[in-house]
Design a protein around this ligand. Structure first.
Ligand SMILES: *[C@@H]1O[C@H](CO)[C@@H](O)[C@H](O)[C@H]1NC(C)=O
Ligand SMILES: *[C@@H]1O[C@H](CO)[C@@H](O)[C@H](O)[C@H]1NC(C)=O
Ligand SMILES: *[C@@H]1O[C@H](CO)[C@@H](O)[C@H](O)[C@H]1NC(C)=O
Ligand SMILES: *[C@@H]1O[C@H](CO)[C@@H](O)[C@H](O)[C@H]1NC(C)=O
Ligand SMILES: *[C@@H]1O[C@H](CO)[C@@H](O)[C@H](O)[C@H]1NC(C)=O
Ligand SMILES: *[C@@H]1O[C@H](CO)[C@@H](O)[C@H](O)[C@H]1NC(C)=O
Ligand SMILES: *[C@@H]1O[C@H](CO)[C@@H](O)[C@H](O)[C@H]1NC(C)=O
Ligand SMILES: *[C@@H]1O[C@H](CO)[C@@H](O)[C@H](O)[C@H]1NC(C)=O
Ligand SMILES: *[C@@H]1O[C@H](CO)[C@@H](O)[C@H](O)[C@H]1NC(C)=O
Length: 755
């Protein structure tokens, strides 16, 4: 089911009751954008950017994994308060739930799931499901609490089941499914309930972790009871009404009324803190509508109104604002909610993953949300301080898993070179990066990659240090090596900026190690020179660059082949060009990546590749051509992402096409494409703005750059630097037109590790 435009807009209007204010950009957000078709976006309620509570439906349909809890078709079996957005691997969370049931419940562990009577609806801060049982569920939330409003059909008792064992399952059989470990629940004299659930595993193989909850009902239950069992359960006569243990357990609340509202707070610290969070966030008198209004203003003020465009095309607006919204659903700001250590530093969890986001998401996160970005960087460093390593991914307060390199290094370097300072302790930041670069992480004996750590750091570091490349005794040897090179480039950048000359030299050299995997005689489709596996004795392994075995955890390349990974040393492009055989061969190689179908817009390793034409004089137009093709794979609807959202990476990739720039992570360089709109303004904070205009052509038929002025001066380079337009704001005025034009005749983009 694709949410129709009018459906999405209607809901928001109904709820606010009045005409939309001019600057209510939340009206353009389709919360179902990318929620199906493999995007795995979370459509439920996230009351503010990075809110810890993500309240929405949990749907089951056979053996389909519901990564965010949501599936467009299937039965709803609960509404739970924690989810991740746009992740793959295996579902995480789906805990702290309620399920409304019509009539008395004899067995709360029986299948209580319900088909929908009509498709779910939602807007920013609001979600609604209509169940076949006749129950309507409306949801809103705050950062640490949820609001459930139930409307039951009359004439039957109304029941709400709180099943502490409720957690999203996985059916993939990869060993990444979550488990319920134990729980407790107590119902107090005033009918509020408190307790906790403990769960483990998931994609990051995390050990037991615990979430606490505190729930209240506005209406007095006619009676309430607890249950405990493994496959079925009936009323227990616990006294007081309290159950705990490793069996499945929970509580049932019965009402004579047909309208029931409940508010629930959560915390990672204690059930007292969950009650405190509830009290701080939601007063008992609060109405759903005011929570929705709060959520809309948070999103407007903190994210949506940072970007304004001239277009009044509803689909443009919906795609722009839905993409911006999708960028900031995770990570979760859990400052004050860290059970792992006491610290005055901010704490962000649900990083899923930097492997996905370091290429272009974090660079836009920095621009749109500079304050949260600084907090996020501090949190990464604080995680190293207390946990020993920076995360590459992290959820339920546990690092993991690492797919390639230690890409927090790139994120930190990107922030550092763009001048992010604030309260960040960069000496610690560099020490954290050096831990990645010098300390072999303890092996967590992951069945998918048993030879080295997938939890954190660089598992294949021993080879990297000994040989300057990675031998096949480590899985994913080639793709890890390419990423270790860019990671070491990140270390070079920060070391150089901190005047650590010796370290800077070391990591500069190491950043060139991708070259050690380059076999000049490897050929494929009339192209020679590819990164391939290499043995300890120096021999290259014969390898068809067009294939990569399973392309997974145990193979030489992860999720892409050598055609793609050969292009990923983006700090050393001049050298890469030379190795490929010069400009015409380089252009031929880029063309073939598309023509032969190796390019995958839905996966991150080739995100930057389409714009490397800018490194060849006279070829910038080809980057624009590719940019328009990639843009055409997106739309504003439920199946509108060309791949998994990957925590907003996919959305940020599109937003850069709209802006008409592409960042090179870990550098101050942005490659110039061609913007979409007649005008776009980015609010950079501190009264600084970047204003981008196009004249002369149009976005779909006449979009090649004819000329460009930057800050009022003619510009002849196919790139700009951070200081040119972002550090103090600026203007970029493009003339666009139908034919490719050789306008960028100036200096090529920097290749700082080459030469
Ligand atoms: C499960 O999803 C499929 C489509 O993927 C749909 O045809 C089927 O009706 C769904 N099952 C249920 C129980 O809704
Ligand atoms: C539901 O359970 C209550 C308490 O046991 C009982 O009084 C009531 O009759 C039951 N209602 C129905 C419709 O079964
Ligand atoms: C549930 O199963 C666990 C583990 O098999 C067992 O220890 C426990 O006693 C069972 N609980 C109940 C209530 O049957
Ligand atoms: C993160 O959460 C903390 C604690 O609630 C809050 O003080 C801080 O402002 C939040 N950060 C952002 C960017 O909202
Ligand atoms: C590095 O050295 C330069 C030149 O001496 C100086 O301007 C700069 O402040 C130094 N930076 C740091 C972080 O010490
Ligand atoms: C870096 O590499 C160059 C050339 O191979 C070498 O001369 C130099 O000693 C190396 N520097 C460090 C610090 O390893
Ligand atoms: C293969 O590449 C060479 C340049 O290296 C070129 O001269 C030749 O025409 C190409 N052959 C084909 C079939 O494309
Ligand atoms: C390296 O080892 C491989 C496999 O044992 C062997 O085939 C190859 O000839 C060796 N190369 C050199 C240079 O010794
Ligand atoms: C890109 O260029 C090719 C020809 O080189 C053309 O077929 C294609 O339509 C262009 N794409 C767009 C989006 O203009």
């Amino acid at each position: 089911m694709n949410l129709r435009k009018d459906q999405c807009l209607l809901i928001v209007t109904v709820l606010s009751g009045v005409t939309q204010a001019e600057d209510d950009y939340s009206q353009y957000v389709n919360v179902f954008h990318g929620a199906s078709g493999g995007g795995n976006r979370f459509p439920g309620v996230v009351a503010a950017p990075f809110a810890m509570v993500k309240l929405g439906p949990d749907v089951k349909n056979g053996t389909a994994d519901a990564y965010s809890g949501y599936l467009p078709e299937g039965n709803i079996w609960g509404f739970s308060m924690m989810h991740e957005s746009g992740t793959g691997g295996a579902p995480k969370y789906g805990v702290v739930s309620q399920m409304p049931v019509v009539g008395n419940v004899s067995d709360p562990l029986a299948d209580l799931s319900q088909p929908r009577a009509s498709p779910d609806q939602g807007g920013v801060g609001y979600y609604k499901s209509s169940l076949a049982s006749g129950v309507t569920v409306e949801l809103s939330a705050t950062e640490h609490a949820g609001f459930y409003s139930y409307s039951f059909p009359g004439g039957n008792p109304a029941s709400v089941v709180v099943d502490v064992s409720h957690v999203l399952p996985s059916f993939r059989g990869l060993g990444w499914e979550q488990h319920y470990s134990r729980g407790d629940l107590s119902i107090f004299d005033d009918d509020h309930y408190e307790g906790s659930g403990t769960y483990n595993n998931g994609w990051n193989l995390s050990p037991d972790w615990t979430i606490y909850f505190c729930g209240k009902f506005k209406q007095q239950p006619s009676y309430s009871w607890t249950f405990k069992g493994n496959t079925s359960a009936s009323r227990t006569d616990a006294s007081p009404l309290s159950v705990s243990g490793t069996a499945r357990l929970g509580g049932v609340f019965n009402f004579d009324e047909s309208h029931v509202t409940s508010i629930v707070g959560i915390s990672f610290i204690s059930s007292e803190k969950a009650c405190q969070n509830l009290e701080d966030d939601i007063s008992e008198e609060v109405e759903l509508r005011s929570l929705v209004d709060n959520a809309k203003s948070r999103w407007n003020d903190e994210v949506l109104n940072k970007v304004q465009i001239s277009s009044d095309d509803p689909e443009d607006l919906q795609l722009l604002y839905s993409s911006l919204y999708g960028m900031f659903l995770i990570p979760s700001n859990k400052t004050g909610e860290n059970p792992g250590w006491e610290s005055a530093e901010p704490y962000y969890d649900d990083i899923f993953t930097l492997w996905d986001t370091h290429r272009c998401h974090t660079a836009l996160f920095h621009i749109i949300q500079p304050q949260a970005y600084e907090e996020f960087i501090r949190s990464l460093i604080d995680t190293w301080r207390h946990d020993g390593f920076l995360p590459d991914a992290r959820s339920s307060n546990f690092n993991g898993r690492v797919q390639g390199g230690s890409n927090a290094d790139n994120v930190l370097a990107d922030a550092f070179v763009k001048g992010v300072r604030g309260a960040i302790d960069w000496d610690d930041g560099f020490a954290a990066m050096q831990t990645d670069a010098e300390v072999v992480p303890a092996n967590n004996f992951d069945p998918k990659s048993p030879e080295s750590s997938t939890k954190e750091g660089r598992g294949a570091l021993p080879d990297w240090l000994q040989y300057g490349y990675i031998t096949p005794r480590f899985s994913r040897a080639v793709s890890r090596a390419i990423e270790y090179s860019t990671n070491d480039w990140g270390l070079y950048q920060v070391a150089a900026g901190l005047n650590k000359t010796a370290e800077a030299n070391t990591y500069f050299n190491r950043s060139r190690n991708w070259r050690n995997h380059w076999n000049p005689t490897a050929t494929s489709h009339n192209q020679s020179g590819f990164v391939v596996p290499r043995l300890a004795n120096g021999s290259f392994v014969p390898q068809d660059p067009a294939t990569c075995g399973g392309c997974y955890w145990g193979d030489a390349y992860y999720e892409d082949n050598s055609w793609i990974y050969s292009m990923n040393a983006i700090h050393d492009v001049a050298e890469l060009k030379e190795r490929i055989g010069g400009n015409p061969r380089f252009v031929d190689r880029l063309n073939k990546i598309f023509d032969l179908g190796f390019f995958n817009a839905g996966n991150e390793p080739s995100f930057t590749t389409p714009y490397l034409y800018n490194f060849v004089d006279g070829e910038q137009w080809r980057s624009v051509n590719r940019s328009r093709y990639i843009s055409s794979l997106y739309n504003a609807w439920e199946k509108g992402l060309p791949g998994n959202s990957d925590a907003g990476a996919m959305e940020s990739n599109l937003l850069w096409q709209m802006i008409g720039l592409y960042p090179l992570t870990g550098q101050t360089t942005f490659l110039v494409l061609a913007p979409w709109f007649k005008s776009m303004t980015l609010d950079l904070g501190d009264d600084k703005k970047l204003s981008i205009t196009t004249t002369g052509g149009d976005r779909t038929t006449a979009f090649y750059v004819q000329s460009l002025t930057v800050n009022g001066e003619p510009w002849d380079k196919a790139w700009v630097a951070w200081d040119d337009i972002f550090a103090n704001g600026g203007t970029m005025d493009y003339v666009i037109g139908e034919s490719p034009m050789h306008w960028a005749t100036g200096k090529l983009p920097p290749s700082p590790a080459s030469g």
